[in-house]
Ligand binder design. Structure first.
Ligand SMILES: [Zn+2]
Length: 312
């Protein structure tokens, strides 16, 4: 039986409301799930995301922070701004638990071996959430939670996170940079939120690699950043598991950034990451949805990403 690809989601992720005009809106996930209904995806294994447990969350976040996030209940129809961009509603706590739980299940899928690749189609995203601080639309640091689960539950030693979202995942980096058996590599536009991710940020052992992209960066320049710097660093790191923070907001149509990628570039980076997985992890790859704010570009990019993970 060919090794299959899993997509993990939960409709509760649609109940995290952020208010009119907010780019990180339920319609994003609706567009993604609609795209994945195409017949081309009939071979996917589809699973419902469980809620992450306190044990899984507190490998990365202090219990006090988790309890604070879970206790925020603005009331029916109401919203609370945790910061100027991070908004929560009554449905946000469960959505965040399912998003983190999907990341954990994606790790279990590839470690138990019922999938070779697993994609978590969830929101809120995670890579801006620091251990004790939400931000940038993120509540829990999903990629770091997935990595910590792989470490604690599956005894995976070396774990690399590749982040091609157009923003720097300062939250993921903050969670992992002090451990030399974790690697974090990111390309991101600068200047842009959150204003971090300088090449001088190298972690404790050169285990963080950041490449800044100028506004207007082309496909060729993006590919050069990965092929010339980040991918060789991941190869040198020799991960036992590869986790991808898959944001699609470097697409040229995205309203939040100014990088000029097309769908073909997301296919290319996905193929390159599969190559790393084949060389080092036995093909095991976990991918987590981060950003992407033009609905059409997001849906087409995710579809192409998942098709590539399926090796179709
Ligand atoms: Zn982003």
């Amino acid at each position: 039986m060919p090794l299959r690809t899993a997509v993990i989601t939960h409709l509760a992720c649609l109940d995290h409301l952020t208010g009119d005009g907010h780019p990180e809106r339920p319609e994003r996930l609706r567009a993604v799930l609609h795209a994945l209904e195409d017949e081309a995806f009939s071979g996917l294994i589809r699973e419902q995301a469980p809620e992450a447990t306190m044990e899984q969350l507190t490998r990365v976040h202090p219990a006090s922070y988790v309890n604070e996030i879970l206790s925020i209940k603005p009331g029916p129809g109401k919203l609370i701004d945790l910061d100027p961009s991070t908004v929560v509603s009554d449905g946000s706590a469960e959505a965040a638990l399912r998003a983190a739980g999907a990341a954990v299940m994606a790790v279990d899928a590839v470690m138990e071996g019922w999938a070779r690749a697993a994609f978590a189609a969830t929101r809120p995203p995670g890579h801006h959430a620091e251990p004790s601080t939400p931000g940038g639309f993120c509540l829990f640091s999903n990629a770091a939670i997935a990595a910590a689960h792989a470490r604690a539950h599956w005894n995976v030693k070396r774990i690399a996170i590749a982040d091609f979202d157009v923003h720097h995942g300062q939250g993921t980096q903050a969670c992992l940079e002090k451990d030399p058996d974790y690697f974090y590599g990111s390309s991101h536009q600068y200047p842009l939120y959150p204003g971090t991710g300088f090449p001088t940020e190298r972690g404790v052992a050169g285990n963080v690699v950041n490449v800044m992209l100028q506004p207007g960066t082309t496909s060729e320049e993006f590919r050069e950043a990965w092929a010339g710097t980040i991918l060789p660093a991941i190869d040198n790191f020799r991960p036992d598991l590869l986790i991808v923070s898959a944001g699609f907001d470097a697409h040229r149509a995205d309203p939040l950034a100014h990088i000029r990628l097309d769908v073909a570039d997301f296919v290319w980076i996905t193929q390159e990451l599969l190559g790393i997985a084949d060389r080092h992890t036995g093909g095991k790859i976990v991918s987590l949805l981060e950003g992407g704010y033009d609905l059409d570009a997001l849906a087409r990019s995710v579809a192409a990403h998942v098709r590539t993970l399926m090796r179709a």
